[in-house]
Design a protein around this ligand. Structure first.
Ligand code: UD1
Length: 342
């Protein structure tokens, strides 16, 4: 029986945690990564947690011929989790072409090559960014999508559209689960893998932990004049290991052909929103660190508030997050302290 799962972007932040959870759930992950936004050290972390090396192919996922080589070498691959993508909102405005080429190109290559090798199950990394600025909260999977605020967001919307169009074409055999993530934070409890932002972090939590570690002078909170209880943005912060487990559940559903439709969509969030200030205060409490921060202007493109209605994932996938915001932030802090020693 085929039990291997190809994980594109498997050396990245979410991918590395998914590789660990897959293996621990009895699947054999196979990593595809070009290390353009990840580090070899993630492989060592994975190996140290699992006590075994995970087969790794250093190729660009948008290169269909290179992908064919991987599928030829790994005839037991039963399904794919596709993480490989660029993910920085601001950078996508500076380099839109690179984002379309990489994010759309890699999906196109996979969708073309998978059926050639009889691989018919795909879990795709989508994002709550597809909802734009929603009219009502929390967002359900039926909440209409809105124009994206960045090329990055547009690539996720385009990829979802491509999946739907390909699924509807005559003869299509690929079944896809689109997972719309909210804000992943935290690190593996072992602190052997975690987020490795290159350069100055764009995202809130690595910025907080780097500031607390003395690598940044201060955190600037992007605006406190939003229509929220304390004026700062609301997001749904999900622990990365919980998110990784959602992928294992999705893969199982695909392989067991339990999906009710050829494309299914799920929000993957906690179902709770927290303001930026709540995140800062919770971090201070769990880390015992006083954080140097100030309030700055709003950041262009920020959505005032978004959090998931997580009911569908719970009822259909049987997936529910387990980790609190406090525990998630504690794991981020532990990881940051480990990084110092690396
Ligand atoms: C964005 C994308 C999300 C994507 C993620 C990956 C949107 C709507 N969301 O999430 O799809 O997966 O980036 O990079 O496009 N903040 C500060 N100071 C900082 C950094 C952040 O106040 O120095 C605030 C932001 O204003 C925001 C919150 O923290 O309210 C979270 O920001 P961030 O971690 O960058 O994630 P999103 O912008 O929510």
């Amino acid at each position: 029986m085929r039990t291997k799962i190809l994980v594109t972007g498997g050396a990245g932040y979410i991918g590395s945690h998914a590789v660990v959870e897959l293996q621990q759930a009895g699947y054999q992950p196979v990593i595809v990564d070009n290390f353009s936004n990840s580090e070899e050290s993630a492989l060592a972390g994975i190996e140290s947690i699992l006590g075994a090396k995970v087969p790794t192919y250093r190729i660009d996922c948008a290169d269909a011929e290179a992908l064919r080589g991987v599928f030829r070498a790994e005839p037991d691959v039963a399904g794919v989790i596709h993480f490989a993508a660029y993910k920085a909102v601001g950078e996508s405005v500076q380099k839109p072409l690179a984002y379309f080429q990489n994010n759309v190109g890699s999906l196109l290559a996979l969708l073309a090559v998978m059926p050639e090798f009889g691989v018919e199950s795909l879990a795709f990394s989508s994002s709550c960014t597809v909802y734009g600025i929603p009219d009502a909260l929390p967002v359900t999977e039926a909440t209409p999508t809105k124009p994206a605020s960045s090329p990055y967001g547009r690539t996720k919307q385009m990829c979802e559209d491509i999946v739907h169009d390909v699924a509807a074409a005559p003869g299509n055999r690929v079944h896809t689960i689109l997972l719309r993530y909210f804000n992943p934070i935290g690190a593996h409890e072992s602190a052997k893998i975690g987020e490795l932002p290159l350069g100055v972090p764009n995202n809130l939590v690595p910025f907080i932990t780097q500031t607390a570690a003395g690598l940044r002078e201060k955190l600037t909170i992007f605006g406190n004049d939003y229509d929220t209880p304390d004026g700062t943005n609301i997001r749904d912060y999900i622990h990365v290991v919980d998110l990784a487990k959602a992928h294992v559940t999705a893969v199982r559903r695909l392989l067991e052909r339990k999906a009710s439709d050829v494309v299914e969509t799920f929000n993957v969030g906690t179902g709770h929103g927290n303001t930026v200030l709540e995140v800062v205060q919770t971090f201070e409490r769990v880390s015992g660190q006083k954080l140097n921060y100030d309030i700055g202007p709003r950041r262009a493109g920020d959505v005032p508030a978004i959090y998931a209605d997580a009911t569908k994932a719970e009822q259909v996938l049987g997936f529910k997050t387990e980790t609190s915001l406090a525990d998630s932030l504690a794991s981020s802090w532990k990881w940051q302290q480990t990084l110092k020693q690396m």
